[in-house]
Design a protein around this ligand. Structure first.
Ligand SMILES: NC(=O)c1ccc[n+]([C@@H]2O[C@H](COP(=O)([O-])OP(=O)(O)OC[C@H]3O[C@@H](n4cnc5c(N)ncnc54)[C@H](O)[C@@H]3O)[C@@H](O)[C@H]2O)c1
Length: 250
């Protein structure tokens, strides 16, 4: 497999960290980007210890200037990025009547503005190389979810962004696809259990019962799907949304 430079956002923990580890194991040099460089360091060190190449980068994906300098740094220190995984995400759940404009803006800022800014910055390198892979993290919440007007809209937006990137960038050898996870055991779902006052174990057991495969997802399940879209073999697959949820979703 050809070794590329990959950028994974929100890679300090959870799905992003598993994806960074997976892409490194697949032979790529990985920029582990998260809000704080110190937080990203643990993932980068684990990759290094496993024999891979990684660079910890601190940047807020919603900050235009920070994104520009982070991508410049990656290009200078690891090589021009040709794989981008827009994974950074936050939750600000609330029922509509209690949701503040701040909750709305924060979620749109990280997921949509962040994915837009990162994709715009990285595509310049991909276009030059005439090869690129962009994978955006959507969610089953894109189909609608109580208490998540902001998040559901952002995750549905990620699908529209993905399809448009696929259409605009295809001629340069660049594909864009989305992975839409179901329930994955991470700090994000742990925080949701805490917020609604349900013990995490009970929350996991309920989610496992709901899934046809009878278990919740692991970050590695999502990393495997992302890795497929990033592979050389997936060059004719673009603009797709893959639900990885242990059962069918539409
Ligand atoms: N866990 C699930 O069940 C699930 C389901 C569907 C989709 N997703 C999506 O998968 C992605 C990863 O989720 P997770 O469960 O691993 O979440 P997580 O909360 O464990 O990790 C998210 C990471 O993103 C980083 N981040 C947040 N804001 C950022 C910003 N502005 N700039 C840079 N980094 C930022 C955080 O610091 C954190 O390290 C998210 O986009 C999430 O919406 C998760």
């Amino acid at each position: 497999m050809t070794s590329r430079t990959a950028v994974v956002t929100g890679a300090a923990r959870g799905i992003g960290a598993a994806t960074a580890r997976r892409l490194a194991a697949d032979g790529h040099a990985v920029a582990v980007l998260d809000l704080n460089e110190a937080d990203a360091q643990a993932t980068a060190k684990a990759i290094g210890a496993a024999g891979g190449t990684a660079l910890a980068v601190g940047a807020d994906v919603a900050d235009e200037a920070a994104v520009a300098s982070a991508v410049e740094r990656v290009a200078a220190e690891l090589g021009p990025p040709q794989i981008l995984v827009n994974n950074a995400g936050i939750l600000r759940d609330n029922l509509l009547f209690k949701m503040t404009a701040g909750d709305w803006d924060a979620v749109m800022g990280v997921h949509l503005r962040g994915a837009f800014l990162m994709s715009r910055a990285v595509q310049a390198h991909m276009v030059e190389a005439r090869w690129g892979r962009i994978v955006n993290l959507s969610s089953t919440s894109a189909l609608g979810n109580r208490g998540q007007a902001n998040y559901a809209a952002a995750k549905a937006g990620m699908q529209g962004l993905t399809k448009t990137l696929a259409i605009e960038l295809g001629r340069f050898g660049i594909t864009a696809n989305a992975v839409a996870p179901g329930f994955i055991e991470t700090e994000m779902t742990k925080a949701t259990a805490e917020r609604i006052g349900v013990p995490f174990e009970d929350f996991l057991a309920h989610a496992a019962k709901e899934a046809p495969v009878g278990r919740v997802g692991r970050p590695e399940d999502i990393a495997a799907a992302v890795a497929y879209f990033c592979s050389e073999d997936a060059g004719f697959v673009s603009g797709q949304v893959l639900y990885v949820a242990g059962g069918p979703k539409a």
